[in-house]
Design a protein around this ligand. Structure first.
Ligand code: CA
Length: 235
C-alpha cells in the first residue's frame, strides 16, 4: 500500500490467545512492513482498539472470556472503532457464514490453518479497499493513465493488463513523477519488505522491465537512474 503505508507503517492489532500463532502472525506482518500490537483476550482487544484505533484488526474467533464474534460486534458498535477493518481467523468452516454475515461485518476471514503469506495478502487487500479516497485517484503521464479506483491502466485509452505488483509499481512511480525512487523505497512500498537484499532488489528490476514492455512506447518514461533506482518522467 502506498501513501500512508510508505512513510508511516500501518498498525495492526493482532488478537489471538495462542502465543505461537500470535507470534507467527506478528512476525510475518512486521516482516511485511506493518507495525503490530497484540491482545490475547476479547476485553484486552477492545481496550487496545479503543485507546488507539489501529488501521486493521486480525481477530481470532475462539478467544477466552469473550469470543471473536462478540469482539467484532462491539468494535463495530463503537464510533471510535466502527470503521476499523477486521480480518477474522476461524478454525471451523461452518462458522464462516456467520463471520462474513452482513450483521457482523467482518471485512474478510481466513480459515485455520492458514499460510502467513495469504494472511498478509488479505490484510493488504482489505486495507486497500478501506481507503477509498486514496484509491479514487487518477494519475496521468503522457498517454499513460492509471485509475486507482477502477484499478485500470490505459495507454491511449486502451487497457493494459498488469499484474498487481506491476500496477502498484506504476502507481508508485506515477505518484512521484519526476523524482527518483530507490529500489529500497519501492521494495518497502510496493512489496512491503522492511529490508532489501540483492535478490529482492533484482525483483524490482525484473518488474520494471516487464512494465516497460507492457506500456509499449510509453515504457521509455520509466528511466533507470544508475546505482539508485527509477524515475518516471511525466513530460
Ligand atoms: Ca484462539
Amino acid at each position: 500500500m502506498l501513501g500512508s503505508g510508505m512513510s508511516m507503517p500501518q498498525e495492526i492489532l493482532v488478537v489471538e490467545d495462542e502465543p505461537d500463532i500470535r507470534k507467527l502472525i506478528v512476525l510475518h506482518l512486521e516482516r511485511s512492513g506493518f507495525r503490530c500490537r497484540t491482545a490475547a483476550t476479547g476485553p484486552e482487544a477492545l481496550h487496545a482498539a479503543r485507546s488507539r484505533p489501529p488501521h486493521l484488526v486480525v481477530l481470532d474467533l475462539l478467544l477466552p472470556e469473550m469470543d471473536g464474534l462478540e469482539v467484532c460486534r462491539r468494535l463495530r458498535a463503537d464510533p471510535a472503532t466502527g470503521r476499523v477493518p477486521i480480518v477474522m481467523l476461524t478454525a471451523r468452516a461452518d462458522e464462516i457464514d456467520r463471520v462474513v454475515g452482513l450483521e457482523l461485518g467482518a471485512d474478510d476471514y481466513i480459515a485455520k490453518p492458514f499460510s502467513p503469506k495469504e494472511l498478509v495478502a488479505r490484510v493488504r487487500a482489505v486495507l486497500r479497499r478501506s481507503q477509498p479516497q486514496e484509491a479514487a485517484r487518477v494519475l496521468v503521464a503522457g498517454r499513460v493513465r492509471l485509475d486507482a479506483g477502477r484499478h485500470v491502466v490505459e495507454v491511449d485509452g486502451h487497457p493494459v493488463e498488469l499484474t498487481p505488483k506491476e500496477f502498484d509499481l506504476l502507481q508508485a512511480l506515477l505518484a512521484s513523477a519526476g523524482r527518483v525512487l530507490s529500489r529500497e523505497h519501492l521494495l518497502n512500498g510496493v512489496w512491503g519488505y522492511a529490508r532489501a537484499d540483492e535478490i529482492e532488489s533484482r525483483t524490482v528490476d525484473v518488474h520494471v522491465r516487464r512494465l516497460r514492455g507492457k506500456l509499449g512506447g510509453e515504457g521509455r518514461r520509466i528511466v533507470t537512474v544508475k546505482g539508485v533506482g527509477y524515475r518516471l518522467d511525466a513530460d
